[in-house]
Design a protein around this ligand. Structure first.
Ligand code: NIG
Ligand code: FE
Length: 415
């Protein structure tokens, strides 16, 4: 057995979230976890500690704390400028989200503000929004473009996202969302915008290594399934995995289309059909549910959690942090909402921000559970039971975050 283990945490209660562990939360009571370099070397019970673990030079007593995998926020739009507080006021007076978009506001008003912002500004703004997530134990965050739409601003958003990953103690997965909405310069010419996106902006993002995946918004106020398909084909040609904002406001068959392209995830899904759920199951496409947007848009249709369960579709939960439909800075609050609004169990909700969120990013081999070989990203919590993470509202019981085997402090500054 390897003698060069670096660190050991003892007296822990581990919510490993490992599939097939046979206990709720994959729990190991009286557990310990050993780290070698940036990886987990061993996970088990205190009474089965291997010799190499005993010899680890850094030994930490968790004092009975619960340890979970580092949290993964798998769907955010953190890089943008401006605010949509006035739209919030309009919506409270009865104007719908769709109506605001049709009047040229909504996503387009954020596009205007984002186009006017520098890369420095965008990175600083994203970082300021990220701090709250980091404080709750987020160790991996996905960030989408989609508020630039022209080549220059889309790339600037993605560069800002990459910079956040270099500056702050968090892994950033960057997603190209050029097909978020049709920009004003292509108004009434959606197909021409899709041509442009497939010929110019998406290849440019891919060439600079700025996109880990490609997303689109398939909706009446955005892109049709046929247009989305063309974008997916271009992504496939560039070797990039896809995901989709699907069935948020209406059933467009987007989730089934995503499944046909073996998408990593289909996200929102309040209006998804049974046939699409089956297609997702067949393709291993994760259902990413976004209770913040459900709440903020005062949606009443609940995504079909029971169907996802019945067909074995993995369910992830995310903040969807964005200025228009989910101005949210708490992933723990999303756990509570997933349980209260969507009737998920606290265990499902926690799997939704660990194991299944990792799968929604195609990172399930690297992160998302406490298992030997995975990155040593984990969180120590001051709680008596893992269900507390979903049960309490507005409390943050995060005691310490370990990232790549090392204790993490602060949120980092923009470099
Ligand atoms: O995930 N649905 C489209 N995109 C975002 C909303 C973006 C916005 O309103 O600025 C979402 O809800
Ligand atoms: Fe979104």
């Amino acid at each position: 057995m390897n003698a060069e283990w670096d660190a050991l945490w003892v007296n822990a209660r581990l919510a490993t979230m490992a599939p097939g562990a046979g206990t709720p939360y994959g729990a190991i009571e009286a557990g310990a976890i050993a780290v070698a370099g940036e990886r987990i070397a061993w996970v088990g019970t205190m009474d089965s500690l291997p010799e190499a673990a005993r010899r680890a030079p850094r030994r930490h007593d968790a004092g009975g704390a619960w340890i979970t995998p580092g949290l993964v926020d798998c769907h955010t739009h953190l890089v943008y400028a401006g605010s949509r507080a006035e739209e919030f006021e309009q919506r409270l007076e009865g104007v719908s989200y769709e109506e605001i978009a049709r009047r040229g506001g909504g996503i387009l008003s954020t596009v205007e503000a984002t186009r006017a912002a520098s890369e420095d500004d965008l990175a600083a703004l994203a970082l300021s929004r990220l701090h709250a997530l980091l404080a709750e134990g987020v160790t991996t965050v996905e960030i989408k473009s989609g508020y630039g739409l022209d080549v220059e601003t889309e790339l600037r958003q993605l560069r800002a996202a990459r910079r956040v990953g270099r500056s702050a103690p968090v892994d950033v997965v960057a997603t190209f969302l050029g097909a978020h909405v049709v920009p004003p310069e292509y108004r009434g010419r959606t197909d021409a915008y899709v041509d442009f996106l497939c010929a110019e902006s998406l290849p440019a993002a891919a060439e600079e290594g700025l996109a880990d995946a490609v997303d689109a918004f398939c909706e009446r106020i955005a892109f049709s399934p046929a247009q989305t398909e063309r974008i997916f084909e271009t992504a496939a040609g560039l070797g990039l995995p896809v995901k989709l904002h699907a069935e948020q406001l209406s059933d467009q068959g987007g989730a089934a289309l995503a499944a046909r392209f073996r998408a990593l995830s289909a996200d929102h899904l309040e209006y998804v059909s049974d046939a699409s759920v089956e297609a997702m199951a067949g393709a291993g496409t994760v259902a990413v549910l976004l209770p913040g947007a459900f709440y903020f848009l005062r949606e009443t249709r609940v995504p079909p959690v029971e169907r996802f369960r019945a067909h074995g579709v993995p369910i992830a939960i995310s903040t969807d942090s964005n200025p228009g439909s989910s101005p949210v800075g708490s992933l723990l609050l999303m756990l509570s909402m997933a349980c209260t609004f969507f009737r998920m169990t606290p265990e499902e909700a926690l799997a939704g921000v660990t194991r299944n969120a990792a799968a929604a990013l195609g990172r399930e081999a690297q992160i998302g559970t406490l298992e030997a070989g995975k990155r040593a990203d984990f969180v120590l919590w001051d709680i008596d039971h893992p269900a507390e993470l979903a049960y309490r509202v507005g409390f943050n019981p995060c005691r310490e975050v370990i990232r790549g085997g090392r204790s993490r402090s602060g949120g980092g500054d923009v470099r």
